[in-house]
Design a protein around this ligand. Sequence first.
Ligand code: LLP
Length: 423
Amino acid sequence: MGESVLTDAGIERVGDSLHFGGVPLSAIADGAGTPAYVYSADVIRRRYRALDDALSAAPHRIAYAVKANSNLAVLRILRDLGAGADIVSGGELARALAAGFEPERIVFSGVGKTDEELTAAVEAGIGHVHLESTAELAALGRIVARLGRPLRVGIRVNPDVTADTHPFIATGQGGIKFGVPVDQVVPLALAIGEHPLLALDTIAMHIGSQLLDPEPYAEGIGRLLDLVGRLCEAGVETIRSLDVGGGIGIRYRDEEPMSPAALASTIIPLVRRSGLTVVMEPGRYLVGSAGVLLTTVLSRKHSGGKDLVIVDAGMNDLVRPSHYMAYHEMVEVELRGRPGAEVDVVGPVCETGDFLARDRRLPGLDRGERIAVLGAGAYGFVMASNYNTRPRPAEVVVDGGRWWVSRPRERLDQLFHTERVAP
Ligand code: LLP
């Protein structure tokens, strides 16, 4: 296992025990139970500052992609660091406001927005809405006219750049639902210009997630800057920012993701000449390595030549392995010095696809022993479901050597108390 995955997460082995943010993970598992997500405030801060510093050579804004981890304590940490918020739903708007983000610093992206969501965003006075279509422009135009509120908007462009990542999270190529195709941008911009309350301020892209290399950003930015030039020729001179999206990858295993400095040295020279402000919408980079999922072994089986370890966290708690075949490092919380063997780590959910790891070398763990699943801070809890009527896990924050439960594990009665057996 890459020790660096542990280092990125600020995890240390002290004696036989795994410590996260200075706290033994066993103590958290004893106190909060498992499965539980644990987030390190220090790691989030360290990563935010690294990116912010790297971008400091240019006017820039960082809008945290709330979808990656929308726990209010995590949002508050990022707000306190000076981040804005990138949201994609009315629910994320409500969370961002509840966490105290200034509305002005909220950007509403997202491929489909309802009238209710757009109205809530305009009423809240958010900074930007990124448009994805003419139909959305028409809807937003009616809403701002009715409310009499001016609004800055952006256009999310599909720059037709192919990024080297899992096909489910590549979002910049043609033929998919995201963004406005390049040839439709100028007409959309001219239509925005006709609305007295809307001003086109940003050209945006998001080409994909878990990107390890700056090259696709350079390619995408080239296309966006071309477009800004064409917009100028068409008389659109209100563009102030270039939003290059999120997507910065992290190390789950032995990847060598680009450093913030390497990314900045690609982006900044390209954008600087244009005089535009750089906006980034990172999610995973800020919180992915900052979270672990704690799980407890329930039993072991040997079947068809395979060793299986059944744990108390399943695909409903962390769907990334079964949904994307994603790799998450696993570490025993207490070392017991036993030899390792190749095992599949599987959950209790009634699906053969319910696994957290396949063919993983782990020591022989008995019922009651704990495993930390690393790299679980992004797209972990937020993608959890109640499948099999399983309550979603607790969420714990570690900060300055102390820990506390930010969100308790769901109680069973919360899962069905609104259901009625008859009219
Ligand atoms: N901005 C927009 C418009 C996005 O669609 C996304 C992610 C981001 C920013 C943040 O991307 P990040 O920096 O986190 O890569 N569930 C998948 C990832 C889906 C990403 C969706 N969009 C996973 O578990 O890998």
